[in-house]
Design a protein around this ligand. Structure first.
Ligand SMILES: Cc1cc2nc3c(=O)[nH]c(=O)nc-3n(C[C@H](O)[C@H](O)[C@H](O)COP(=O)(O)OP(=O)(O)OC[C@H]3O[C@@H](n4cnc5c(N)ncnc54)[C@H](O)[C@@H]3O)c2cc1C
Length: 377
């Protein structure tokens, strides 16, 4: 890791924004390819995972299948395994930070912490990134700033009166015994289970019927780990389906949660907003074209609007294939790194050497029609 300011006036081939699993995952490949780069991180390595509530655990299981060419689902390189490093199947956020820090150290990644990127502008053939520490310049930018620290604040009126899931340090430490949870995707059910375990009374408001929606793509259906946890508390929470919240008001020391079907729920505690995340792409939205809130990318995950600007991480989407889990978006790190290396005329043998292990271990996805099937049973 870098600690002084000697990096600022240098020109980089690549600037990676964000040192979460996406930024570190692609950074390892740039390092293997010998590409001159820097990873700018606004706080510290794995910051989003540090901010997870202490009760939250990975829903995708870790298991060391690597040497049978089935790498750990939560690994960001083909030859590492959080299960092996952390000795747990469902890591906490803090556990996963340990895994990321190990990788950053092992690969000696050039990560500069406490540098917040505010804007990215393309001037002629270069990018200029303005940050709290000054300007950085590069030929390529890989955006890896994630979603977690950019909560969604427009799902209904009065979101500012709620506590967003990402603002919770610990569900058991929340004041009060009765809570309304708005939104029933993974984070809403996670909040509900953690609150029940802390012996609180929970009302969960779902704008659809997410619990009964079963699909084989984990991006569109609750994970088995979540369903197992729900089963343990099944009779202990009030669950309202098809109940879309339209507004939250604060009147006479009470929070009023109003819904599209005319109901009003009340609580003395701030409701917990689990309607999701807006994405860090809001910072660079002028550099991308969007369709249905997702950025348009070419086959190499490069912006269709700004050449040499790439995206890695959970916001990557191609047709119906949403790469929102680590085991999905890690399959695009080598695609991005290879494209940049080729443009930089890195010798093809060096490229093959760096990415062969990725190709051999399902870390290199080129067929973007992959995810349209349902499981047979
Ligand atoms: C409750 C919950 C459970 C989850 N469980 C799983 C799971 O079981 N399995 C799974 O695969 N995924 C899971 N996910 C999703 C997973 O957290 C994301 O896939 C992952 O965090 C995305 O990694 P990332 O590197 O793109 O973003 P992040 O982890 O958010 O990393 C982005 C980094 O960029 C930094 N940053 C942000 N803005 C700037 C800026 N302007 N300048 C500089 N740096 C910046 C941040 O500080 C952060 O360190 C879960 C998510 C949640 C919320």
């Amino acid at each position: 890791m870098m600690s002084d300011n000697s990096d600022i006036d240098k020109y980089y081939d690549v600037v990676v924004v964000g040192a979460g699993p996406a930024g570190i995952g692609v950074g390892i490949l740039l390092q293997k390819l010998g590409i001159n780069h820097i990873i700018l991180e606004k706080t510290s390595i794995g910051e989003s995972f540090r901010k997870w509530p202490i009760e939250t655990r990975f829903i995708s299981p870790s298991f060391t299948g690597n040497f049978f060419k089935m790498p750990d689902l939560n690994a960001i390189t083909p030859d590492t395994s959080p299960a092996f490093t952390l000795l747990t199947e469902h890591p906490t956020g803090e556990d996963y930070v340990e895994y990321l820090e190990n990788l950053a150290k092992y690969y000696d990644l050039p990560i500069k912490t406490e540098v917040c990127v505010d804007t990215v502008q393309k001037k002629a053939d270069s990018f200029v990134l303005t940050t709290n520490k000054g300007e950085y310049k590069s030929t390529y930018v890989i955006w890896a700033a994630g979603e977690y620290q950019y909560p969604k604040t427009n799902a209904f009126e009065g979101t500012h009166l709620c506590t967003h899931y990402s603002e919770v340090d610990s569900f058991s430490d929340l004041e009060g015994d009765e809570h309304i949870v708005i939104g029933a995707y993974e984070s809403g059910f996670d909040a509900m289970v953690s609150l029940i375990r802390a012996r609180k009374v929970v009302t969960l408001l779902d704008d659809g019927d997410y619990l009964n929606l079963v699909k084989s793509d984990s991006s569109y259906s609750l994970a088995p780990f979540t369903r197992d946890r729900i089963e343990y508390v099944a009779d202990l929470f009030d669950y309202y389906t098809e109940t879309k919240v339209t507004s939250v008001e604060f009147v006479n020391d009470t929070y009023l949660v109003k819904t599209a079907n005319g109901q009003t729920f009340t609580s003395p505690q701030k409701p917990i907003n689990c309607t999701g995340f807006a994405s860090s792409l809001t910072l660079v939205k002028e550099s991308f074209e969007f369709k249905n809130d997702y950025p348009l990318l070419n086959d190499f995950d490069e912006s269709t609007k700004t050449s040499n600007l790439f995206l890695v991480g959970p916001q990557v989407k191609h047709k119906n294939a949403l790469f929102c889990f680590i085991y999905k978006y890690r399959q695009r790190f080598a695609i991005v790194a290879e494209k940049i290396a080729k443009r930089m005329k890195v010798p093809s043998q060096a490229i093959e050497k760096a990415i062969q292990g990725y190709k051999d271990n399902n870390f290199y996805l080129t067929d973007l029609s992959c995810c349209d099937d349902e499981c047979t049973c």
